[in-house]
Write a protein that binds this ligand. Structure first.
Ligand code: BMA
Length: 334
């Protein structure tokens, strides 16, 4: 039986695919793979494309994985996936000794071009990377942020003539030396030079978070505003052993908010409850870092159905459905 966490529940507005079974996991991968999670998903040239994270070769002594790469899968329906024979990308393939890991991809299509954002671990801090690909074999970097920053996602169109990204710097020194990290936005004329940075949502605005928040999937345009998924973390020091690690005290939930259509730096709505809280066996019991829901893909279908892709317990990739208007309704003014 899944371990229930009584204090937080998922919204009745979401329905998990196949009772929370993974849409993608290591069994589907034709090369060495262990944890398949935190994927970015987009519709591109008539099919769905997913870029997923693969952490492999667990080292129990270090409580971590020795290797990480990004894989690619394609789908006709967004549910059943065919995985490419070889991994797409990794820090090793880049061949820059400064860059040690590339992970947590998000995919946005803008004007028919496919962009991928990811977290880039370097020997001197974590940077947010933006790159483009047109063949899912080669990748060209456009920009790398200053450290420490990650969870970058691009809006799917220019607003007021500029590109926009959500991001999550981690200002340890100026936020009291503990995790208190917030969601920010920046604009760019060309995807290379970023500025006009502004705060979008602070962790203390989210009633079920006490640690940090960060952008999830690329925003979806609705008649009422930009619909944005985010993750929100609470830490409970009484939590002990969870998952494979000796101690894991955090819980990651998915939340939803609305940004102004013309000025996306302005938050106009927030759901005061989590959208997805860990509840199923994969989310609570089975994985590496339990109690972790990490949304990275949001697709709006013409029917009004939303597909929400999320990593569960840093171990598998799952899918949930919702109605776009119902999620907009959940977002009440701040
Ligand atoms: C965050 C990132 C994510 C991960 C999450 C939970 O800090 O590293 O990649 O899913 O922690 O472990």
């Amino acid at each position: 039986m899944p371990k229930m966490l009584p204090e937080l529940h998922s919204s009745p507005a979401v329905r998990r695919w196949n009772n929370g079974a993974p849409v993608l996991s290591k069994e589907h991968i034709p090369y060495e793979a262990e944890c398949i999670f935190n994927a970015g998903v987009a519709k591109y040239q008539g099919r769905y494309v997913m870029i997923f994270r693969n952490d492999y070769r667990y080292d129990a002594a270090r409580h971590g994985f020795g290797f990480c790469n990004l894989g690619i899968a394609f789908s006709r329906d967004g549910i059943h996936w065919e995985v490419e024979k070889r991994p797409f990308f990794s820090a090793e393939r880049l061949g820059d000794p400064e860059i040690t890991r590339i992970y947590d991809p998000r995919v946005t299509v803008i004007d028919g071009i496919c962009y991928v954002c990811f977290a880039v671990d370097t020997k001197h801090g974590v940077r947010g990377g933006i790159a483009m690909t047109d063949d899912f074999e080669h990748i060209r970097f456009l920009s790398l942020s200053a450290p420490d920053n990650r969870n970058m996602v691009l809006f799917p169109e220019k607003i007021g003539g500029r590109y926009w990204r959500l991001e999550r710097p981690f200002p340890v020194y100026s936020r009291g030396g503990v995790d208190r990290f917030d969601m920010w936005i920046s604009a760019s004329p060309d995807l290379r030079y970023w500025g006009d940075t502004d705060l979008v949502l602070a962790v203390e605005d989210v009633p079920w978070a006490n640690d940090k928040i960060g952008p999830g999937a690329p925003p979806v345009k609705t008649g009422k505003g930009w619909l944005v998924l985010f993750h929100a973390v609470d830490r409970d020091r009484s939590r002990g052993k969870n998952g494979w690690e000796p101690v894991w005290q955090k819980r990651y939930c998915a939340g939803v908010m609305l940004l102004d259509l013309e000025n996306p730096a302005k938050t106009i709505g927030l759901s005061r409850e989590p959208l997805l809280a860990p509840e199923t066996a994969w989310e609570c019991d089975e994985g590496f870092r339990t109690n972790t829901i990490f949304p990275g893909g949001l697709i709006a279908e013409d029917s009004g159905e939303l597909k929400i892709y999320y990593g569960a317990s840093d171990t598998v990739e799952c899918l949930a459905f919702a109605d776009i208007n119902e999620l907009v309704e959940l977002c009440k003014p701040l």
